[in-house]
Each structure stands twice: as structure tokens, then as C-alpha cells.
Design a protein around this ligand. Structure first.
Ligand code: SF4
Ligand code: SF4
Length: 98
């Protein structure tokens, strides 16, 4: 039997505390995502699947489960359309090691 542990299973072991109404990452201008960005890489690069591409071309960001990896900030460098901060103390992802 394989002992390989899938990323999803590892992620499930992390706990996440949602800071209600205070998302620590936000899309600055939703229109830029629709009319300028093109490939919308954040919708495929976020390991937690926080960015979703809608049928109408809009991108929805829900930060629950965000791993604070910073990928979306880097991937959006051309447009700098993401504001990014760490969550307030005590909120956000609580990594479980081991
Ligand atoms: S990469 Fe930036 S500009 Fe493009 S869809 Fe994502 S947030 Fe919007
Ligand atoms: S910081 Fe990482 S996990 Fe959080 S929304 Fe951005 S890409 Fe996703």
C-alpha cells in the first residue's frame, strides 16, 4: 500500500481561522481581471483555490483557506491588482507540522 499523502490531505490537516469581514487579500479592480489580464493565472496558480473564474469572465476571490504563500501577489505582478497583507494575529492558517 502506498504511503503517499496527497496535498489535499495535508492541507486538510491545517486549521484555518476566518477573520470575518476582513479579507487580508483583495482584488483592487475587478474590471482589470476581466478586460486586461487575459489568462487570469491566479485562478490556476493558487494552491488553495481561492480564486475562481466565473462564466462571465469575472474573478471571485474568497480568502478562506488561504495558505499565505504569496503566489497570487507575484503572479499578478504585471497588473499589481492584488492587495496583500498577512492576516491579523491569531487569524488565518495555522500550520500543523509533522
Ligand atoms: S492575475 Fe491579477 S489581474 Fe489577473 S485575474 Fe488574477 S487578480 Fe486579476
Ligand atoms: S496567498 Fe497563496 S493561498 Fe493565499 S490566495 Fe494567494 S495564492 Fe492563494
Amino acid at each position: 500500500m502506498s504511503t503517499h499523502v496527497k496535498v489535499e490531505e495535508k492541507l486538510f490537516q491545517n486549521r484555518y481561522r476566518v477573520d470575518g469581514g476582513r479579507p487580508h487579500i483583495q482584488i483592487k479592480d475587478a474590471e482589470v481581471c476581466v478586460s486586461q489580464c487575459g489568462t487570469q493565472p491566479c485562478t490556476v496558480c493558487c494552491p488553495a483555490g481561492c480564486y475562481t473564474q466565473e462564466n462571465n469572465g469575472r474573478v471571485v476571490l474568497i480568502t478562506d483557506g488561504c495558505l499565505e504563500c504569496g503566489t497570487c501577489r507575484i503572479i499578478c505582478d504585471d497588473f499589481r491588482n492584488v492587495t496583500w497583507e498577512y492576516p491579523r494575529g491569531g487569524y488565518g492558517v495555522l500550520f500543523k507540522f509533522g
